[in-house]
Each structure stands twice: as structure tokens, then as C-alpha cells.
Design a protein around this ligand. Structure first.
Ligand SMILES: Cc1ncc(COP(=O)(O)O)c(C=O)c1O
Length: 388
């Protein structure tokens, strides 16, 4: 699914030089590299403030601590996401309120949000899953009507855009991850908070450093959510490659869309107003687990994000959902499959992966339903692939 070694080789000299400079500086926490990374990303995303933190999870946690979300509060979010989105809510004593998703985009269905709002709701977390933004116009309109904060979980979506505006600048505050597998992946854990709210940014800066306002003066209880200097220096190098790597992901997706055109699977649905960055290239398919083993036997890795929806996880039993509560989410968990889409794939790799999928359906599942039969996508499946 990844070729981190190949990506590293492309920029190895620059990374070694960046590490060397940090070693020479003898500053290992914070410092100029962290400030430079914050500046580079805030100006790229188009927000006033960026606060570097220790992971995407800590970005979510720190953001919600900064918003004073806690016991008695509710936060609306999809159950079809990585655990951290909901885990961070629950860690603060608040209740995650799970809402179903749109079967085509895999992101939260705005039409289902309003019914989940109560007088305890404080925020909506809009997850931009797999590199495509949630429907932010509709989500922001609902939030404004009900005086709620919109938190973007943009962990998987750095570089994505919605109506031409970058992910990270679409809500009140946004959280990204620099986990090594992410499109802007670092060498270790890391994350960032984006906001144009100066007050919230100031609180987040304190919270990442045990709530300190001045040395040994603590206005609130925070934690150690700081980003290491070395990681920031490496991310600054990786950032220089982000656009070309994103283009390769988009080109790979366009090739898959063409190669899988006649195959009875549903390729990603990308409305024209979305600039998708393909953190994952995910198809919907029948007989998913058999297809996966078939590909594995041919040496092709694939992945299931996510096999168990969050509302059915034991630790969230207190939320009160059961099987059947979120039918679209549950159905997708059984049918989703992500194919390798990383920037180091060659044309031969793409053809090999696609031919495996083709062969599986030709040999073993000739009667599977077609994509349009099952999901009724209304726009061309490859709507804006390859467009900038
Ligand atoms: C949607 C989503 N939210 C949050 C996170 C948490 O980020 P991290 O792994 O950096 O803590 C991730 C990372 O995997 C993610 O994919």
C-alpha cells in the first residue's frame, strides 16, 4: 500500500541535511523549524494560525479541550472514520453522536445531521475521508443555525480543496496528521491545528505546553502535545514534494478509473467541486474478502478502511447504537476496499493491480451487479480526476 523507502530515496540528501542542521543547533523541541512549518502550512491553507502538535489525535484532543468540550456535551461525527475522531471526544467525557454517511462520498450526510442535534450538542466534526472534503457548505449552514463549532478532521486531506478552498480552512478549526502514511507523512508522529480564531489558537498553544501562559504559570491544565524540532525539519523537506506526490496520486486514480471501467466495482465518486487527493483509492465491491485474498495471492496488497464502524465498537456501547442504527455505514464496511495508490506506483504496477481485479470478476464473479446498479452515481465516476 506504500513505498516509504522509495519516497525517502527521492529526498534522502535533503532530509539528511535537515537532520544534520537540527543536530548542530542542539534544539530538539520547538524552535525555528517548528515555527517555519507552522508559517508554511498556515499560508498554504489560508488560515491565520497553525499550531504544531504531537499527532493528529492530539490536534483533535487539544482543539476540543480548547473549546471546553467535556462532560455533558455532545459532538456529532460520522462512525465511518479512524478511531481517533471519536476517541478524542470520549476521552474528554463528552458523547460522540454518530451520524450516517453519504454512500457515494463516504463522508457524513448533511441531511442526517439536524435530527441528531440536541441542546447538549457543541460541535460537528466533519471528517474529510480518504482525501475528499465533507460537504462543508451544508455543514457550516447547519452549524450557524444551531450555534455549533465546526471542526474539520482533515487528517487524511492535506492538499484537498472544496469549491477551490483548501481543506483546513473550511470550518472554525481543523486538525491534520503527519503520521508516516499520510499524504504529508513525517518520520514519526505529528499533527497540526489550523484556525483563524486567534483566541482558540492562543489557548491551543498553551494547552500543548501543559497550559503554561508564562514559564511555570499555568492558566489551564494542558499536556505535552509539542512537536519535535527534528520532525518539523523533516516535514519541511517533505512539504516540497507534496504537490508532485499529490499529482501522482491523482494520476494513479485516473488510470485506475479507466482500467476498471468495465469491471463491476464502484470507483470513487468525485463531484466537480471537490479536489480529491486520494489518501486512499477506495472501491466498493461484492465478494470483497475473496477479491482481497485473490489479489494477495498475486502479491497485491489491499486494505479495508474500516472493517468495524465506530458505533459498533465495544468501547462506544454507552452511546446506545446497535447494528442497523447506521445502515449505510454498516453496508460500506462490508464492501469497501482500498487499492494501492501511492506516488511511487508505475504504470505497470497500476495495470497489474487492475488486471487482478478484472480477472477476479471475470473468473469467479461474472454475475456481480454493475456499479451504477448498486450505487446510482449521477456524475461521471472520474469527474475531476486529473484537473487542478
Ligand atoms: C481521520 C483521522 N483522524 C485522526 C487521525 C489521527 O491522527 P494520528 O494518527 O496522527 O494521531 C487519523 C490518523 O490516522 C485519521 O485518519
Amino acid at each position: 500500500m506504500l513505498d516509504l523507502g522509495g519516497e525517502y530515496q527521492l529526498c534522502a540528501d535533503e532530509i539528511r541535511a535537515a537532520i544534520e542542521a537540527v543536530l548542530e543547533s542542539r534544539q530538539f523541541i520547538g524552535g525555528p523549524a517548528v515555527i517555519e512549518l507552522e508559517k508554511a502550512l498556515s499560508s498554504r491553507v489560508g488560515v491565520e494560525h497553525a499550531v504544531a502538535v504531537s499527532s493528529g489525535t492530539d490536534a483533535l484532543l487539544c482543539t476540543m479541550m480548547g473549546l471546553d468540550i467535556g462532560h455533558g456535551d455532545e459532538v456529532i461525527l460520522p462512525a465511518f472514520t479512524f478511531f481517533a475522531t471519536a476517541g478524542s471526544v470520549a476521552r474528554l467525557g463528552a458523547k460522540p453522536v454518530f451520524v450516517d454517511i453519504d454512500p457515494r462520498t463516504f463522508n457524513v450526510d448533511p441531511d442526517k445531521i439536524e435530527a441528531a442535534i440536541t441542546d447538549r450538542t457543541r460541535a460537528i466534526i466533519a471528517v474529510h475521508l480518504f482525501g475528499q472534503c465533507a460537504e462543508m457548505n451544508a455543514i457550516n449552514a447547519i452549524a450557524t443555525r444551531h450555534h455549533l463549532t465546526v471542526i474539520e478532521d482533515a487528517a487524511q486531506a492535506i492538499g484537498a480543496a472544496y469549491h477551490g478552498r483548501p481543506a483546513g480552512a473550511l470550518g472554525d478549526v481543523a486538525c491534520v496528521s503527519f503520521y508516516p502514511t499520510k499524504n504529508l507523512g513525517g518520520f514519526g508522529e505529528g499533527g497540526m491545528i489550523f484556525t483563524s480564531d486567534e483566541h482558540l489558537a492562543g489557548i491551543a498553544r498553551q494547552l500543548r505546553n501543559h497550559g503554561e501562559s508564562q514559564r511555570y504559570v499555568h492558566e489551564r491544565v494542558g499536556g505535552n502535545f509539542r512537536l519535535d524540532t527534528m520532525k518539523a525539519a523533516i516535514l519541511l523537506v517533505r512539504l516540497r514534494y507534496l504537490d508532485q506526490f499529490t499529482k501522482r496520486r491523482r494520476d494513479n486514480a485516473a488510470r485506475y478509473n479507466a482500467l476498471l471501467e468495465e469491471v463491476p466495482v464502484t470507483t470513487p465518486y468525485v463531484p466537480a467541486h471537490q479536489t480529491e487527493v486520494y489518501h486512499q483509492y477506495s472501491i466498493l465491491c461484492d465478494r470483497r474478502d475473496e477479491l482481497r485474498s485473490f489479489l494477495q495471492k498475486r502479491g497485491v496488497h489491499s486494505a479495508v478502511y474500516y472493517p468495524v464502524p465506530l458505533h459498533l465498537q465495544k468501547c462506544f456501547a454507552f452511546v446506545g447504537c446497535r447494528r442497523g442504527s447506521l445502515p449505510v455505514t454498516e453496508q460500506l464496511c462490508d464492501r469497501i476496499l482500498s487499492l494501492p495508490c501511492h506516488p511511487m506506483l508505475t504504470e505497470a504496477d497500476l495495470q497489474y493491480v487492475a488486471s487482478g481485479v478484472q480477472e477476479f470478476y471475470a473468473r469467479f464473479a461474472p454475475t456481480c451487479a454493475t456499479a451504477s446498479d448498486t450505487h446510482g452515481a449521477t456524475e461521471p465516476r472520474s469527474a475531476n480526476v486529473g484537473k487542478e
